[in-house]
Design a protein around this ligand. Structure first.
Ligand code: UDP
Length: 322
């Protein structure tokens, strides 16, 4: 069934890929983005674009009658969330509550929300299930967790069909949609900047973690597999319920392994130097995504790390060539 949907943050990385996949599946998409971190030219072909605040602009559109909202718009820099917490409590939490109010007032039936593995903090066991304790170690994770709590209560009280997807480490690209943050903090794009010649070397944040090679381990998921989980979430959302799913491949790769994969894919030696640990970085973050597999019928199709890096590399090169 074709749905009429609002995608907040649809000019950003994950939002643009998801909006593109939604349009390809026959849905009608309006992208709302204030372009604070997104790019107007990343809004997918076929989407209507409204530039504005995720809550305000969405609130003024919802009266047109929409089947749902996919809410990607957010502040997402962990370090910044510790030095400027207000930006996260206002920009993430208050904006999302205003959005929930507008959905309640207009009777908008479905919400899919971009949550994060950062809601769990330092895990007590691995892989991480949805039942794991939520003890975020930074304000970014705390702000996303607060929104998840708000969604739970709005769903129960007002009959909203809601799904939160807790992303692990998203990477890769899809066609002309990919990762292009002005302030880049993520490992794979930073390593690829070295291969492109835009950066001299990559820093390895800590080599004394209790892991096989001493560097931190993460679960890297292809952005297209992630986007496709949103389409399934829309189909499986149940009125009055808020369901939460972890999304990852269930396999961890260390920082050293990621850098080596980037060397293999790009053919560049990619010099790496050792730097101190980044505050608040857990040693290992790997998802147990059995719940998404069982309840949504989700199955990652692009789990191979070389393929994920290969797609990110193709995207980076195409952007350099204009
Ligand atoms: N990392 C690193 N050097 C960098 C960027 C990241 O060693 O220049 C490490 C980081 O400490 C973490 C992993 O790479 O262990 C993934 O970091 P990223 O910022 O990509 O995602 P996060 O897991 O923090 O969400």
């Amino acid at each position: 069934m074709a749905l009429k949907l609002i995608v907040t943050g649809g000019a950003g990385y994950v939002g643009s890929v998801c909006a593109a996949r939604l349009i390809e599946s026959g849905h009608e998409v309006v992208v709302v983005d204030d372009l604070s971190t997104g790019h107007a030219d990343a809004v997918p072909d076929g989407a209507r674009f409204v530039e504005g605040d995720a809550a305000e602009a969405t609130a003024s559109l919802l009266g047109e009658g929409f089947d749902g909202v996919l809410h990607f718009a957010a502040k997402s820099l962990v370090g910044e969330s510790m030095t400027d917490p207000a930006k996260y409590w206002h920009g993430n939490v208050l904006t999302s509550i205003r959005l929930l109010d507008a959905m309640r007032d207009n009777g908008t039936p479905r919400l899919v929300f971009s949550s994060t593995a950062a809601t769990y903090g330092e895990p007590e066991s691995s892989p991480i299930r949805e039942t794991a304790p939520t003890q975020p170690t930074n304000t970014y994770g705390a702000s996303k967790l607060a929104i998840d709590h708000a969604i739970t209560s709005y769903a129960r009280a007002h009959g909203l069909a809601a799904v939160s997807l807790r992303y692990f480490n998203v990477a890769g690209a899809y066609g002309r949609y990919g990762e292009r943050h002005t302030t880049e903090t993520h490992l794979i794009p930073l390593v690829l900047q070295v291969a492109s010649g835009d950066r001299e070397q990559v820093q390895i944040f800590g080599d004394d973690y209790p892991t096989e090679d001493g560097t931190a381990v993460r679960d890297y998921i292809h952005v297209v597999d992630l986007a496709d989980a949103h389409l399934l979430a829309l189909q499986h959302a149940v009125a009055g319920e808020h369901r939460i799913y972890n999304l990852g491949n269930g396999t961890g790769f260390s920082v050293q392994q990621v850098i080596q994969t980037c060397r293999d894919v790009t053919g560049h030696p990619i010099p790496a130097t050792l730097a101190p640990r980044r505050t608040g970085d857990p040693a290992v973050l790997v998802a147990a995504s059995d719940r998404a597999r069982e309840e949504l019928g989700w199955k990652p199709e692009r789990a191979d790390l070389s393929g994920i890096v290969g797609d990110a590399w193709r995207f980076a090169q195409e952007r350099r060539q204009g």
